[in-house]
Ligand binder design. Structure first.
Ligand code: DC
Length: 223
């Protein structure tokens, strides 16, 4: 028997609504919210700042081992620099999958994520939460939606962030490209864990998705 609080692990492709849902679930249940994509984005930002080649594993390894990433609510700070906005630019977004495919990057970040989740009581979202980082999580979700719906949501998202008007077809293409890299990479590719519950969010409201996950957590908490 463990004294740890339960963990909710949520995986899924880009734009499936993971961040929004995860934040709301964490707030409803009073759990810590762990956005692991933000950690990969912070490293991608550092790699771009340092002008390193995306496949220079040796130099990137040095950079990752020195990187101090702090996640406080929605704020992301790396090596003392607030990168909350900077990690969401199209430039970082287009490079992050290549960085996240590197073994040295994953090894270090997974270690940090498992340390954060060691006491439980977190909702963690990413691509390999259920399959690799928290395989014993009490609630495992694979949250997905069609590529067209995800592109539409991303467009709306960028509009709200003041990042301008991006062509829908272009967005769908870039989402599909990122999905392909994330799900075909050698180390911990994006895939539904056998024991994860799949939620397809195309025809569900955010509240409906949050309710389903909160109910699943409440069920495991009273067992
Ligand atoms: O969820 P996101 O779009 O912020 O994730 C950014 C990138 O990081 C995405 O292309 C895949 C990668 N990622 C990953 O490989 N493993 C995770 N646990 C989280 C994100």
């Amino acid at each position: 028997m463990s004294d740890c609080l339960p963990i909710i692990a949520i995986d899924g492709p880009a734009g499936a609504g993971k961040s929004t849902v995860t934040k709301l679930v964490a707030a409803r249940l009073g759990l810590l919210f762990l956005d692991t994509g933000a950690m990969y984005r912070a490293i991608a930002w550092l790699v771009l700042e340092a002008n390193l080649a995306l496949d220079d594993e040796l130099k990137i390894a040095g950079l990752v081992s020195q990187a101090k990433i702090l996640l406080t609510g929605a704020q992301v700070v790396v090596n003392g620099v607030d990168v909350t906005e900077a990690i969401r630019t199209p430039e970082v977004t287009s490079k992050v999958s290549a960085i996240a495919a590197l073994g040295v990057v994953r090894a270090e970040l997974v270690k940090q994520q498992q340390a954060i989740g060691a006491m439980g009581g977190i909702v963690a979202e990413g691509r390999d939460m259920c399959t690799h980082v928290f395989p014993d999580a009490q609630v495992k979700i694979f949250l997905t939606a069609s590529a067209a719906e995800r592109a539409r949501r991303r467009q709306q998202d960028m509009r709200e962030r003041g990042q301008g008007e991006v062509d829908l077809a272009e967005l769908e293409q870039s989402i599909a490209k990122r999905d392909l890299i994330d799900s075909t990479r050698e180390i911990s590719p994006l895939k539904k864990a056998d024991d994860a519950v799949e939620i397809i969010s195309d025809n569900l409201t955010i509240d409906e998705v949050v309710d389903r996950i909160v109910k699943m957590y409440q069920q495991v908490s009273i067992q």
